[in-house]
Design a protein. Structure first.
Ligand code: PRP
Ligand code: URA
Length: 260
Protein backbone atom coordinates (compact mmCIF):
# COMPACT_ATOMS: atom_id res chain seq x y z
CA UNK A 1 0.00 0.00 0.00
CA UNK A 2 2.82 2.33 1.08
CA UNK A 3 4.73 1.71 -2.18
CA UNK A 4 1.57 2.40 -4.18
CA UNK A 5 1.22 5.80 -2.42
CA UNK A 6 4.89 6.58 -3.13
CA UNK A 7 4.40 5.60 -6.73
CA UNK A 8 1.34 7.91 -7.03
CA UNK A 9 3.23 10.82 -5.47
CA UNK A 10 6.24 10.31 -7.70
CA UNK A 11 3.96 10.08 -10.76
CA UNK A 12 2.31 13.37 -9.79
CA UNK A 13 5.67 15.10 -9.32
CA UNK A 14 6.96 13.84 -12.70
CA UNK A 15 3.74 14.99 -14.38
CA UNK A 16 4.07 18.46 -12.83
CA UNK A 17 7.72 18.70 -13.94
CA UNK A 18 6.73 17.65 -17.47
CA UNK A 19 3.94 20.27 -17.59
CA UNK A 20 6.35 22.91 -16.29
CA UNK A 21 8.92 22.01 -18.99
CA UNK A 22 6.23 22.10 -21.64
CA UNK A 23 5.06 25.54 -20.49
CA UNK A 24 8.64 26.90 -20.59
CA UNK A 25 9.14 25.47 -24.10
CA UNK A 26 5.81 26.91 -25.28
CA UNK A 27 6.76 30.31 -23.88
CA UNK A 28 10.18 30.22 -25.55
CA UNK A 29 8.57 29.18 -28.83
CA UNK A 30 6.11 32.12 -28.69
CA UNK A 31 8.91 34.58 -27.84
CA UNK A 32 11.21 33.36 -30.60
CA UNK A 33 8.38 33.46 -33.17
CA UNK A 34 7.61 37.05 -32.31
CA UNK A 35 11.27 38.11 -32.47
CA UNK A 36 12.91 39.45 -35.59
CA UNK A 37 16.33 38.26 -36.73
CA UNK A 38 17.70 41.50 -35.29
CA UNK A 39 16.36 40.75 -31.80
CA UNK A 40 17.63 37.18 -31.87
CA UNK A 41 21.15 38.37 -32.78
CA UNK A 42 21.00 40.92 -29.96
CA UNK A 43 19.82 38.23 -27.50
CA UNK A 44 22.53 35.80 -28.62
CA UNK A 45 25.19 38.47 -28.12
CA UNK A 46 23.78 39.44 -24.75
CA UNK A 47 23.47 35.90 -23.40
CA UNK A 48 26.43 34.24 -25.13
CA UNK A 49 28.37 32.66 -22.22
CA UNK A 50 31.62 33.85 -23.86
CA UNK A 51 30.43 37.44 -23.76
CA UNK A 52 28.42 37.43 -20.55
CA UNK A 53 30.89 39.97 -19.22
CA UNK A 54 29.70 42.09 -22.16
CA UNK A 55 30.44 45.77 -22.08
CA UNK A 56 27.87 46.51 -24.80
CA UNK A 57 25.35 49.25 -24.15
CA UNK A 58 22.73 49.91 -26.83
CA UNK A 59 21.26 53.28 -25.90
CA UNK A 60 17.55 53.30 -26.57
CA UNK A 61 15.78 56.65 -26.55
CA UNK A 62 12.94 57.92 -28.77
CA UNK A 63 14.92 61.03 -29.75
CA UNK A 64 18.01 59.00 -30.63
CA UNK A 65 15.88 56.57 -32.64
CA UNK A 66 14.12 59.41 -34.46
CA UNK A 67 17.39 61.07 -35.50
CA UNK A 68 18.88 57.71 -36.39
CA UNK A 69 16.01 57.18 -38.83
CA UNK A 70 16.94 60.52 -40.45
CA UNK A 71 20.56 59.53 -41.04
CA UNK A 72 19.60 56.05 -42.27
CA UNK A 73 17.31 57.46 -45.00
CA UNK A 74 19.17 57.44 -48.31
CA UNK A 75 17.60 60.74 -49.39
CA UNK A 76 19.00 62.66 -46.37
CA UNK A 77 21.54 65.19 -47.69
CA UNK A 78 24.90 66.28 -46.26
CA UNK A 79 23.57 69.18 -44.15
CA UNK A 80 20.83 67.18 -42.41
CA UNK A 81 23.08 64.12 -42.05
CA UNK A 82 25.78 66.23 -40.38
CA UNK A 83 23.34 67.91 -37.99
CA UNK A 84 21.56 64.72 -36.97
CA UNK A 85 24.83 62.80 -36.44
CA UNK A 86 26.09 65.51 -34.12
CA UNK A 87 22.79 65.60 -32.23
CA UNK A 88 22.81 61.82 -31.74
CA UNK A 89 26.34 61.98 -30.35
CA UNK A 90 25.22 64.74 -27.96
CA UNK A 91 22.24 62.72 -26.77
CA UNK A 92 24.41 59.64 -26.27
CA UNK A 93 26.87 61.70 -24.21
CA UNK A 94 24.51 61.81 -21.21
CA UNK A 95 24.50 58.04 -20.90
CA UNK A 96 28.17 57.55 -21.77
CA UNK A 97 29.24 59.95 -19.03
CA UNK A 98 26.93 58.49 -16.38
CA UNK A 99 29.73 56.69 -14.52
CA UNK A 100 32.40 59.39 -14.80
CA UNK A 101 34.20 59.73 -11.46
CA UNK A 102 33.56 62.94 -9.57
CA UNK A 103 35.15 64.44 -6.50
CA UNK A 104 33.79 66.44 -3.55
CA UNK A 105 35.03 70.02 -3.28
CA UNK A 106 34.24 73.00 -1.03
CA UNK A 107 32.81 76.02 -2.82
CA UNK A 108 31.28 79.29 -1.80
CA UNK A 109 27.89 80.23 -3.18
CA UNK A 110 26.70 83.86 -2.83
CA UNK A 111 24.93 82.60 0.31
CA UNK A 112 27.42 80.34 2.12
CA UNK A 113 30.09 77.64 1.88
CA UNK A 114 28.90 74.27 0.66
CA UNK A 115 30.34 71.00 -0.54
CA UNK A 116 29.80 70.25 -4.22
CA UNK A 117 30.91 67.83 -6.92
CA UNK A 118 33.05 68.26 -10.00
CA UNK A 119 34.51 65.84 -12.53
CA UNK A 120 37.58 64.09 -11.15
CA UNK A 121 39.10 63.08 -14.47
CA UNK A 122 39.80 64.84 -17.72
CA UNK A 123 38.06 63.69 -20.87
CA UNK A 124 39.86 63.05 -24.15
CA UNK A 125 37.81 62.52 -27.30
CA UNK A 126 39.48 60.59 -30.10
CA UNK A 127 37.50 60.72 -33.35
CA UNK A 128 38.63 58.18 -35.94
CA UNK A 129 39.13 60.19 -39.14
CA UNK A 130 37.20 61.00 -41.10
CA UNK A 131 33.70 60.06 -40.02
CA UNK A 132 34.37 60.28 -36.27
CA UNK A 133 34.81 64.06 -36.69
CA UNK A 134 31.05 64.26 -37.16
CA UNK A 135 30.50 63.31 -33.50
CA UNK A 136 32.93 65.71 -31.82
CA UNK A 137 30.89 68.94 -31.60
CA UNK A 138 27.83 67.15 -30.18
CA UNK A 139 29.92 65.93 -27.25
CA UNK A 140 32.09 69.03 -26.71
CA UNK A 141 28.85 71.07 -26.47
CA UNK A 142 28.30 69.13 -23.22
CA UNK A 143 31.92 68.75 -22.13
CA UNK A 144 33.62 71.91 -23.41
CA UNK A 145 36.81 71.19 -21.45
CA UNK A 146 37.39 67.89 -23.28
CA UNK A 147 40.66 67.66 -25.21
CA UNK A 148 40.57 66.16 -28.68
CA UNK A 149 43.08 63.74 -30.17
CA UNK A 150 42.89 62.42 -33.73
CA UNK A 151 43.58 59.03 -35.23
CA UNK A 152 43.46 58.71 -39.02
CA UNK A 153 42.36 55.29 -40.14
CA UNK A 154 40.86 54.12 -43.41
CA UNK A 155 39.63 50.71 -44.40
CA UNK A 156 41.23 49.09 -47.43
CA UNK A 157 38.24 48.44 -49.68
CA UNK A 158 39.54 45.03 -50.81
CA UNK A 159 40.98 43.50 -47.62
CA UNK A 160 38.80 45.52 -45.18
CA UNK A 161 41.97 45.87 -43.08
CA UNK A 162 42.47 49.24 -41.32
CA UNK A 163 45.40 51.44 -42.40
CA UNK A 164 46.62 54.09 -39.98
CA UNK A 165 47.75 57.36 -41.58
CA UNK A 166 47.72 59.93 -38.76
CA UNK A 167 47.82 60.15 -34.97
CA UNK A 168 48.08 63.05 -32.55
CA UNK A 169 47.00 62.81 -28.92
CA UNK A 170 46.86 65.32 -26.05
CA UNK A 171 49.54 64.76 -23.37
CA UNK A 172 47.00 63.95 -20.65
CA UNK A 173 45.67 60.88 -22.52
CA UNK A 174 47.06 58.23 -20.08
CA UNK A 175 45.23 59.78 -17.10
CA UNK A 176 42.02 60.71 -18.87
CA UNK A 177 38.79 58.93 -19.67
CA UNK A 178 39.25 58.40 -23.41
CA UNK A 179 36.25 58.20 -25.73
CA UNK A 180 36.89 56.79 -29.18
CA UNK A 181 34.34 58.15 -31.66
CA UNK A 182 33.31 56.56 -34.93
CA UNK A 183 29.76 56.36 -36.34
CA UNK A 184 30.34 52.87 -37.80
CA UNK A 185 31.51 49.67 -36.09
CA UNK A 186 31.55 47.22 -38.98
CA UNK A 187 34.25 44.49 -38.85
CA UNK A 188 35.65 46.33 -35.83
CA UNK A 189 39.10 46.50 -37.44
CA UNK A 190 39.45 50.31 -37.34
CA UNK A 191 38.15 50.65 -33.77
CA UNK A 192 40.26 47.75 -32.50
CA UNK A 193 43.45 49.09 -34.11
CA UNK A 194 42.74 52.56 -32.67
CA UNK A 195 42.20 51.16 -29.18
CA UNK A 196 45.42 49.10 -29.46
CA UNK A 197 47.27 52.28 -30.45
CA UNK A 198 45.73 54.26 -27.55
CA UNK A 199 46.72 51.55 -25.08
CA UNK A 200 50.27 51.62 -26.47
CA UNK A 201 50.27 55.35 -25.65
CA UNK A 202 49.27 54.67 -22.04
CA UNK A 203 45.48 55.08 -22.17
CA UNK A 204 43.75 52.92 -19.57
CA UNK A 205 40.11 53.91 -19.32
CA UNK A 206 38.68 53.71 -22.82
CA UNK A 207 35.09 53.85 -24.07
CA UNK A 208 34.12 53.16 -27.66
CA UNK A 209 31.22 55.29 -28.90
CA UNK A 210 29.66 54.37 -32.24
CA UNK A 211 26.26 55.07 -33.74
CA UNK A 212 25.57 51.87 -35.68
CA UNK A 213 27.28 48.56 -34.97
CA UNK A 214 27.30 45.10 -36.53
CA UNK A 215 27.42 41.94 -34.37
CA UNK A 216 30.77 41.07 -36.02
CA UNK A 217 32.36 44.33 -34.86
CA UNK A 218 30.95 44.05 -31.34
CA UNK A 219 32.30 40.51 -31.07
CA UNK A 220 35.75 41.61 -32.26
CA UNK A 221 36.03 44.41 -29.70
CA UNK A 222 34.73 42.17 -26.92
CA UNK A 223 37.35 39.57 -27.83
CA UNK A 224 40.32 41.87 -28.45
CA UNK A 225 39.50 44.55 -25.85
CA UNK A 226 37.24 43.01 -23.20
CA UNK A 227 37.99 45.94 -20.87
CA UNK A 228 36.41 48.52 -23.20
CA UNK A 229 32.79 49.65 -22.87
CA UNK A 230 30.98 49.81 -26.22
CA UNK A 231 28.13 52.30 -26.68
CA UNK A 232 25.84 52.10 -29.72
CA UNK A 233 22.64 53.81 -30.77
CA UNK A 234 21.70 50.67 -32.73
CA UNK A 235 22.92 47.12 -33.15
CA UNK A 236 22.18 46.17 -36.76
CA UNK A 237 21.72 42.79 -38.38
CA UNK A 238 24.96 41.88 -40.15
CA UNK A 239 27.66 42.88 -42.63
CA UNK A 240 27.17 42.41 -46.36
CA UNK A 241 29.77 40.86 -48.69
CA UNK A 242 31.49 44.27 -49.05
CA UNK A 243 31.76 44.75 -45.29
CA UNK A 244 28.97 47.34 -45.09
CA UNK A 245 26.55 47.27 -42.18
CA UNK A 246 23.04 46.01 -43.07
CA UNK A 247 20.72 47.90 -42.99
CA UNK A 248 23.23 50.53 -41.77
CA UNK A 249 23.38 53.97 -43.34
CA UNK A 250 25.92 53.55 -46.14
CA UNK A 251 29.37 55.13 -46.11
CA UNK A 252 29.35 57.48 -43.14
CA UNK A 253 32.44 59.49 -44.19
CA UNK A 254 31.15 60.10 -47.71
CA UNK A 255 27.68 61.09 -46.47
CA UNK A 256 29.13 63.41 -43.83
CA UNK A 257 31.54 65.21 -46.15
CA UNK A 258 29.59 64.90 -49.42
CA UNK A 259 32.42 63.04 -51.13
CA UNK A 260 30.14 60.76 -53.14
C1 PRP B 1 34.57 53.77 -42.00
C2 PRP B 1 34.04 54.08 -40.61
C3 PRP B 1 34.97 53.32 -39.71
C4 PRP B 1 35.27 52.09 -40.52
C5 PRP B 1 34.44 50.96 -40.00
O1 PRP B 1 35.67 54.55 -42.27
O2 PRP B 1 33.98 55.47 -40.35
O3 PRP B 1 36.15 54.02 -39.39
O4 PRP B 1 34.91 52.38 -41.88
O5 PRP B 1 34.77 49.77 -40.61
P1 PRP B 1 35.49 48.58 -39.82
O6 PRP B 1 34.77 48.44 -38.51
O7 PRP B 1 35.28 47.40 -40.72
O8 PRP B 1 36.93 48.93 -39.65
P2 PRP B 1 36.40 54.52 -43.70
O9 PRP B 1 37.49 53.51 -43.71
O10 PRP B 1 35.38 54.41 -44.78
O11 PRP B 1 37.11 55.93 -43.73
P3 PRP B 1 36.45 57.40 -43.77
O12 PRP B 1 35.87 57.68 -42.41
O13 PRP B 1 37.62 58.28 -44.09
O14 PRP B 1 35.39 57.41 -44.84
N1 URA C 1 32.04 52.00 -43.00
C1 URA C 1 30.96 52.75 -43.29
O1 URA C 1 31.06 53.98 -43.45
N2 URA C 1 29.77 52.14 -43.40
C2 URA C 1 29.63 50.81 -43.22
O2 URA C 1 28.49 50.31 -43.33
C3 URA C 1 30.77 50.04 -42.93
C4 URA C 1 31.97 50.67 -42.82
Amino acid sequence: MKSLENYGLRYMIYTLIAIFHWLILALLHCCINSLSHYHIVALLITFNPETLHTMLHVLQHPLINHKLTQIRRKETGTKDFREALDEIAGLMAYEITRDLPSKQIEIETPIRLCSAEELAKEIVLVPILRAGLGMVDGITDLIPTAKVGHVGMYRDHKTLEPKEYYAKLPPNTPDAVVMVLDPMLATGGSASATITYLKSQGAIQIKLVCIVGAPEGVKRIETEHPDVDIFLAALDEKLNEKGYIVPGLGDAGDRLFGTK
